[in-house]
Design a protein around this ligand. Sequence first.
Ligand SMILES: *Cc1c(COP(=O)(O)O)cnc(C)c1O
Length: 378
Amino acid sequence: MNEMTKVTEAAENSINRPQPKAGVLDIAPYVPGKSKGTHGKTVHKLSSNETPLGTSAAARAALEAVAQHLELYPDGSSSDLRAAIGEVYGLNPDRIICGAGSDEILSLVAYGYLGAGDEAIYSEHGFLVYDIAIRAAGATPVVAPEKDLTTDVDAILARVTDKTRMVFIANPNNPTGTYLPFGEVKRLHEGLPPHVLLVLDAAYGEYVRKNDYESGIELAATSDNVFMTRTFSKIYGLANLRLGWGFGAAHIIDALNRIRGPFNVSGMAGAAGIAAVKDREFVARSVEHNERWLPWLTAELEGLGLKVTPSVGNFVLIHFPDEDGKRAPDADAYLLERGCVLRMVGNYGLPNAIRMTVGSEDANRTVVAHLKAFLEQA
Ligand SMILES: *Cc1c(COP(=O)(O)O)cnc(C)c1O
């Protein structure tokens, strides 16, 4: 076969095989945090904002009970789980939907409300799952610039057109750790046309200790166009099971229930979630741990001369000097060599920063000591 025939064949093959719908091949696949250091060795994994406190013992016990009957389908409407969430958060369970992680909930809301020709806005350093969900639904993402690594309400409102159908905000945001006070969220909501759905992703809501913060419950309870998402992956320590939920007006929940998989939450996830959400002592300990180590990490890293974006979540964004041998990729390689796995955030438009999850005392002290040595080397 000559070169010419090969080229023609390749072109024909790509025409004759199934083609993904428009937009799918423009999606940059999500890159999860690394789990291994150099040489396959992991001492501390601080790359995915997982809790260092493990999982509630009650949740593990609940899992074991369900594991005795893996042959049974789970409850397709997650009613006991929704009742437990409703009780703990003070919400009407009929206005809750559960899913395989909040990632699934975010995809459902995009598939339910977005299509070709629609636009959805998210902010410059916003969570990249929004971009994937918007494009997968066939719609066009519109990116609003931020101010001081913080969501800018005016920049979002300035980008609303008659094609806009949705706005995604992570509050607090990942990977920056910054948040919008409730007054700003309300101003954003008031500035949006009533047919635009405001999605408030409060994956880190339980960690925030600020008087002017509200996760979105109040707005989602009282508005027709606000939907809040939450997760069991972060403070509840159940990332491995894939469990998240959303809360909003009955008409939104109704639409999403029509398009979700009939058994989208496994019985294992559901049972563990019920036990985890009721274990308030575990949650309180997690908050306490974060309240102790988030300021400690921030102060220690600043003490090394590094810039740290003020965070209200369970992670910090660390900025490195623009100097040969001292940039973020150099620091990342240095830490990986020592088994400390953090998160590079170049794909979030932050090529000289690294995100670090607040870890155990040992993990936090070890990383700070390594970074001190890294910055001191000639
Ligand atoms: C971690 C995270 C989530 C949670 O995703 P799950 O699918 O529930 O594990 C959602 N949003 C943001 C901003 C996150 O950082």
